[in-house]
Design a binder for this molecule. Structure first.
Ligand SMILES: [Fe+2]
Length: 324
């Protein structure tokens, strides 16, 4: 679609996806000019007292992390400045906050992770850091300064901190001051440092994607459940042994052949991916949150190494294939 999108500063969705998504930050002043109050600070604190809800306090210049549930007494003893409260997946607990997702119709729904809500007071921050996912920061209340550095990787030096991955010697290249209704999109691995200037609420709309090691480990579990997938490799044709300890490179061919069977099976990979991406974030709370994650896959034109019969278009909900 090419129509201008309000959240994206009237860029067309195509232009945003082509030029910014997963590539570079986008700051939009007044992206949501009529953003109402979606949650009061006291209300958010109430959610952080609930043991079913993941929350953290980050306090003081040393950025000490305290994990929720947070007690009422603790809230009463917090200092005047330099702390923030982060509450995960508030889209599941607050229908008003969930409505923010209506602004994200330009992205696949199954990519959504959650909306984290951060309440902070002057000086409050979580340190300069980078994330591995895409995030749209929407300022709800107050002002925050966001300093942006460059792209980080596994070699980026981190400070010694037990709980947080804080970038050592962070240097910024740009700074944005965000106030109510402003939006900042950050691609994965972009260094950022948000410092609260006045009592603030920020909504972080995050998008999930598995890492390569998560793909391999989760897929391995799935393969174990497949009775039609061969579990062991065979020996290559063995020759009379010259060196008892040597592993011949022909074993590599056997291993690669087995793995290729998996990689060539579109149905297996697509089904696994749909299941993985629709896994509920908080399965234990689904009765209350009505968490619902849906994805469909299309097996037309797919390669099938291990043929199965069934529907060509398959629908998945909350990690399961919907039959019929
Ligand atoms: Fe972040």
């Amino acid at each position: 679609m090419t129509r201008p999108h309000k959240l994206l500063g009237n860029l067309s969705q195509k232009r945003f996806l082509d030029e910014f998504w997963q590539q570079k930050p986008l700051f939009v002043k007044n992206a949501l000019p009529e953003l109402p109050t979606l949650i009061e600070p006291d209300e958010l604190a109430g959610f952080a007292m609930n043991e079913e809800i993941h929350s953290r306090l980050i306090v003081g210049k040393e950025l000490e992390v305290e994990y929720g549930p947070i007690s009422e007494e603790r809230f009463l003893t917090l200092p005047e400045n330099n702390w923030c409260l982060l509450v995960d997946a508030m889209d599941l607990w607050s229908p008003k906050i969930k409505k923010l997702l209506n602004h994200f119709d330009f992205l696949p729904s199954w990519r959504l992770d959650d909306i984290m809500v951060t309440y902070s007071v002057e000086g409050g921050n979580v340190g300069a850091h980078f994330d591995h996912y895409d995030v749209f920061l929407i300022q709800g209340l107050g002002e925050k300064s966001w300093k942006l550095g460059g792209i980080c990787d596994e070699d980026t030096e981190l400070s010694k901190h037990e709980d947080l991955r804080v970038i050592h010697d962070f240097k910024h290249e740009r700074e944005f001051i965000m106030s109510t209704g402003d939006m900042l999109y950050l691609p994965p691995r972009y260094a950022h440092y948000g410092i609260t200037l006045s009592e603030s609420i920020t909504y972080s709309v995050g998008f999930r994607m598995p890492s390569c090691s998560e793909i391999l480990s989760d897929l391995a579990v799935e393969l174990n459940t497949k009775s039609n997938f061969p579990k062991y490799i065979s020996d290559p044709r063995l020759k009379p042994i010259e060196n008892k300890d040597h592993i011949s490179n022909e074993y590599l061919i056997q291993i690669r052949a087995r793995l290729s069977e998996v990689l060539d099976d579109d149905e297996l990979l697509l089904e696994w991916f749909a299941r993985y991406m629709t896994e509920p974030k908080y399965p234990e709370s689904m009765d209350v949150t009505n968490e619902e994650r849906i994805a469909t896959i299309d097996l037309n034109n797919s390669k099938k190494a291990i043929p199965t019969t069934g529907e060509i278009i398959k629908k998945f909900k909350n990690g399961r294939l919907l039959e019929g």
